[in-house]
Design a protein around this ligand. Structure first.
Ligand SMILES: [Mg+2]
Length: 237
């Protein structure tokens, strides 16, 4: 008596959808890069500093910031100071209304919530504050109580792993590796998914072309997320 037992949800198969953000849920149209450039200029007087990062798609915010700080030998680089400025410039960027919710996303997120065996989490290269600002524009934070974010220069697959672990704690569900499905728009998402034994749905709405994604051999390749039936027949098939 008095013993507390943690009840983990008992369903035959529980699937975790681990979502990338940029190019998958939304298109930022360069808002992140512009906001980082503006923040760095405000703090250190250098313009377009982040243009040295050729390809941000599928990368990690911390890795970009470290590379730029190293290049410009920013005085007493304080990542938290930079991030504070970045969140303000990002808020201003997204307020200009140039970001876009990608087609089909809302239907799939809502249907995922209705399915008892499907759960949502994030696996993104954004720092959490930046991710939340981007998602808030389209009221998408309600789908993602937890997620894995860029918190250090740790590689992307570790970010995914954290997105899985926090989802298991939050939903009180244990997900088998093969029942974690990463949804992303770059070959980097596919590589990271493989490293954690997850399956992967690639969508050709962002950083990598359909051809590049095809060559990286995702489990499912979609032009976009408009076909919810195709999406869920793979997820629950
Ligand atoms: Mg992406």
């Amino acid at each position: 008596m008095g013993e507390t037992i943690e009840l983990w949800r008992l369903v035959a198969i529980s699937t975790l959808l681990l979502w990338d953000i940029d190019g998958t849920l939304i298109s930022g149209r360069g808002a992140g890069r512009r906001a980082m450039n503006k923040a760095f200029q405000q703090l250190y007087g250098v313009s377009d500093a982040f243009d040295l990062v050729e390809d941000m798609a599928g990368g990690l915010d911390y890795a970009f910031i470290k590379a730029v700080f190293a290049k410009h030998q920013a005085k007493a680089p304080r990542i938290d100071t930079f991030l504070e400025a970045y969140f303000q410039t990002l808020e201003a960027e997204v307020a200009e209304g140039r970001t876009e919710l990608l087609p089909g996303v809302l239907d799939i997120l809502e249907r995922g919530v209705r399915e008892r065996s499907v759960f949502h989490s994030l696996g993104t290269g954004n720092v959490e504050g930046g991710a939340r600002i981007k998602l808030q524009v389209f009221d998408l934070n309600r789908f993602f109580p937890v997620g894995g974010f860029s918190e250090s220069e740790a590689e992307r697959h570790l970010v995914l792993q954290k997105g899985v672990r926090l989802a298991e704690e939050y939903y009180r569900v244990a997900f088998a590796q093969r029942d974690v499905i990463v949804i992303g728009d770059t070959t980097r998402d596919i590589d990271a998914a493989r490293r954690i034994g997850a399956r992967v749905i690639a969508v050709a709405t962002g950083g990598s072309s359909a051809d590049e994604l095809y060559k990286a051999e995702p489990d499912l390749l979609l032009r976009d997320l408009r076909d919810a039936d195709a999406f869920f027949s793979f997820v629950q098939g």
